[in-house]
Design a protein around this ligand. Structure first.
Ligand code: URA
Length: 238
């Protein structure tokens, strides 16, 4: 990559305004290769660059692709109103980089959530044309019956939808748990489909997006990490 001054590099990584990044550098808070750099005009090749800010090590990333095991009680909205936003679970500089969620989960829904600052990735992943199947596990208030499974597979009519919506796949996991695979992401879709089929969703987790399974990610609730190249490839992003 083209050599770039350290203040620009830090700004691109979300460490604040250009002025703020220059101050950080001049105050001796930034090191590259173990050496404190106090001249913000010093140029580096950003590719593969590692640096520390306030003693924390960072690797230059043109974009970030993230996965969170979302806990309950967090909103996906950029301007959360009644609960903290999911971005509060990430380092502060991610908000500066304009990291956004890929689609949304309700504040009380847990599980797999992708985030990125790459608009093309967000668009591609959330585009209805992609038909990326999303798998949910719902805990139901009433027992899961064969009739419920059949209704969700056949399609249920929701108030504001012109045509019935059907699950791509659906199976009973145990008396009060059902797995539902959808290829759309309408507002409260799982909860509304369960209600329309005569049950009630008591708790909801997203367990997979396409072939990426929450259970394989080794993330506790509230934990996040960068997606690996292999996981991005599984999501069709190479
Ligand atoms: N369907 C819902 O009802 N809620 C979610 O958070 C996701 C899918």
């Amino acid at each position: 990559m083209k050599k770039t001054s350290l203040d620009r590099i830090l700004q691109s990584q979300g460490f604040g305004s250009r002025k703020g990044c220059r101050e950080l550098i001049e105050e001796g808070e930034v090191s590259v290769g173990g050496e404190v750099v106090t001249n913000w005009r010093t140029e580096f090749d950003p590719e593969g660059l590692t640096f520390t800010v306030f003693d924390e090590e960072w690797e230059f990333r043109e974009h970030v692709y993230l996965v969170l095991n979302k806990p309950a009680g967090y909103e996906c909205s950029r301007k959360p109103s009644s609960h903290p936003g999911v971005l509060s679970l990430f380092p502060e500089n991610f908000e500066w980089r304009d990291v956004q969620t890929v689609g949304r989960l309700d504040h009380d829904t847990t599980g797999l959530l992708l985030l990125s600052d790459d608009g093309a990735f967000i668009h591609a992943q959330s585009s209805p044309k992609r038909h990326q199947p999303k798998t949910y596990v719902a805990t139901t208030a009433e027992p899961v019956s064969d009739k419920l499974v059949a209704a969700l597979l056949a399609g249920v009519k929701l108030h504001d939808e012109p045509a019935p919506l059907a699950a791509l796949a659906c199976r009973k996991l145990d008396d009060n748990r059902i797995e539902i695979v959808l290829d759309q992401g309408k507002y409260h879709q799982v909860k509304r489909m369960l209600a329309a089929a005569g049950n009630h969703c008591a708790a909801l987790t997203r367990s997979a997006i396409g072939p990426v399974q929450l259970a394989d990610l080794n993330l506790e609730e509230g934990e996040w990490r960068y997606l690996t190249t292999e996981e991005l490839a599984l999501l069709g992003w190479e």
